[in-house]
Write a protein that binds this ligand. Sequence first.
Ligand code: ARG
Length: 419
Amino acid sequence: MSKKKVVLAYSGGLDTSMMLKWIQEEYKMDVISCILDVGQGKDLKLAEEKAWNLGVLNHYTFDAKEEFTLEYVFPAVKANALYMGTYPVSSSISRPLIAKKVVEVAEMEDAQAVAHGCTGKGNDQVRFDLTFKALNPDLEIIAPVREWKFDRHNQIKWAKEHGVPVPVTVDSPYSIDQNLWGRSIEGGILEHPDKIVPNDIWEWTVDVEDAPNEPDYVKVGFHKGVPASIDGEEYGPVEILQTLNKMGGEHGIGRIEHMEDRVIGLKTRETYEIPGAEIILTAHKDLEKLVLTRHQKAFKFQVEHTWATIVYQGLWVDPLKQDLDAFIDSTQVNVTGEVTMKLFKGSAKPVSRESPFSLYDYNLASFDINTYYDQGDAVGFINLWGLPSVSAWNLKRKIADEGIKEIRKKVVPVPTGDA
Ligand code: ARG
């Protein structure tokens, strides 16, 4: 009988490399490795070579940069997605795509199981497991880190004994996850939120102190809610993220450190670099203020909160996400235009904006012009608009004048006793 097969979401790092061997030994299964390029900037040829050397039955590399941008990053842009108002869900949105590809490979290869390298303490396991289960409930899920009882020392010992290459950077205490939408750094000293983050964690952004002393002004163009041009020149989806990451990084834009609530209930201290996301989301929100009505914005704000929360919590596959996307897409039809952003010393600020769908009317808004807006109309409007508030104040005054007892007597008759 031939061996069972498992498809592993492979990263090329030490943990998942070790897993290739560990699963073969402990589960007696054949392992197929699968790696996606979502813009993590790693040498995937090298990763593939490593996988073959560790005895995989087959290997798949997908260039998923464009799919990731169009199907995962852009919906997050339209949703102005910031978990806890801060984190642009960069790692959160990559997991459902990786999981989807792994399931596709498993089905192609007639595999019985899928595997990932997540720990039992994080969000990523939730995102992977849940997506696997939704897309193909027949696949067994193997998560070695949740099972193996290694501490770091014994893990490295095991790796060396089994011919798994241990990189010299193994001393780096940080766990890093990066893609086109952002870079997450966890672990080591960062696990002490009472300590200031050391400077060596930052890679995409310069210190504000070292940022240029002159600002850059950059015009970010949107087409139906998604970034499409810079300074009037059209950019491809992947290219525009890469370009704005670089520009923002040079100005020290998009460093985040905050306390985060994980799905599984833990609080953690998280750090991110998100230069492009910071510029794009800030510009997008600014453009929406120009082209959406106040009622659209108010309702969308609530939808955005739910969108970011469920996506963070691993519910990308829940039908609610689709429902919210349908609403959000409908709000984006007029979100076309350009926002000029000032990049300077760690900040990305909108300084001017224009759109063919602008709801701003100079003739209406200007103090200098009298048009069909009749200032006299405002008096009647204010009377009706303020009616509830003014009524409440009238009552307050009455209570103060008459005394509460007198008023109660009028409202609730005092029982006489001869009923
Ligand atoms: N806290 C973030 C999230 O849950 C980042 C996770 C990064 N993952 C990692 N394996 N380093 O989305």
